[in-house]
Design a protein around this ligand. Structure first.
Ligand code: ZN
Length: 268
């Protein structure tokens, strides 16, 4: 059953309500006068309380971050060595959302490879624009790090490279010159900002020719073309003694990309 629309009992009553509302913007029928800033009275106590609230909010945000870091360090102190003939895959970021400091570490025997090293773009702390993956774990395996392999040139995959590379230098593999140049640009930017002179070895593998590179007897890598939202993105294939690991990288499958380079579905 359709209910009849509510009508004011008395049309005059409705008109009165409208007039009452209109009168709110006027005082005695006169337009309300603007208050000059010089005439405003500042409540000093209220301003101080507001300032204190801002600091408390900032402190809480920082504390939340510290809790994560403490937890992380505790977890690292109890890391067991990798057993023989086992592949260990460790994620130092990238599993909780878009723009979240992508970094994956693969270890087998005495070798380790790092896949991507990006900024966390979602950090919301006063005076902090981004964060990098916690490298405490890398410290425990630094003697094994043989290479970085980068899936594509987005900042959440490459931007932390200069900071991580500075502590743990190794060659950087990319699937395209575009990605390699993005990496170079990031190093130049950080060198300029921090007065460093980091010049990593950058190696581009031809993903369209399915170029494979034997990093060590434990790791052989190959990039495959995949479409995403910037040019020349790749999926990384890593062959290990116990099997093949595929890190898809970011992708957005597009059969007709603007650059006319579709995903290498056949190879996949
Ligand atoms: Zn991306």
């Amino acid at each position: 059953m359709v209910k009849p629309r509510m009508q004011p009992k008395n049309p005059e009553e409705k008109r009165e309500k409208v007039n009452k509302y209109q009168n709110n913007s006027k005082q005695n029928g006169q337009p309300q006068q603007r208050v000059q800033i010089s005439q405003m009275t500042t409540n000093r106590g209220e301003a101080m309380r507001a300032g204190r609230r801002n600091f408390e909010t900032a402190d809480k945000a920082v504390d939340r971050w510290n809790v994560f870091e403490k937890h992380h360090e505790h977890a690292v102190s109890s890391v067991l060595p990798v057993a023989n003939n086992r592949l260990r895959v460790t994620f130092l970021g990238g599993l909780e959302g878009i723009g979240e400091k992508n970094m994956m570490v693969l270890e087998y025997g005495d070798d380790a490879i790092i896949v991507d090293a990006g900024f966390d773009l979602s950090v919301d702390l006063p005076g902090v624009n981004y964060a990098i993956p916690a490298t405490t774990y890398l410290e425990t395996i630094k003697h094994k790090i043989r290479a970085y392999a980068i899936t594509h040139g987005h900042m959440d995959h490459i931007a932390a490279l200069p900071y991580v590379y500075e502590q743990y230098p190794a060659p950087i593999f990319c699937a395209s010159h575009f990605c390699s140049e993005m990496v170079e640009k990031q190093f130049m930017s950080i060198n300029e900002e921090r007065g460093t002179d980091l010049q990593p070895e950058r190696i581009v593998l031809n993903m369209d020719d399915h170029e494979r590179y034997v990093l060590t007897p434990n790791f052989t890598i190959e990039f495959l073309r995949i479409t995403h939202s910037i040019p020349d993105c790749s999926t990384l294939v890593i062959d290990t003694p116990i099997g093949r690991v595929v890190n898809t990288g970011d992708f957005r499958l597009d059969p007709e990309p603007l650059d006319h380079h579709p995903s290498d579905v056949t190879r996949l």
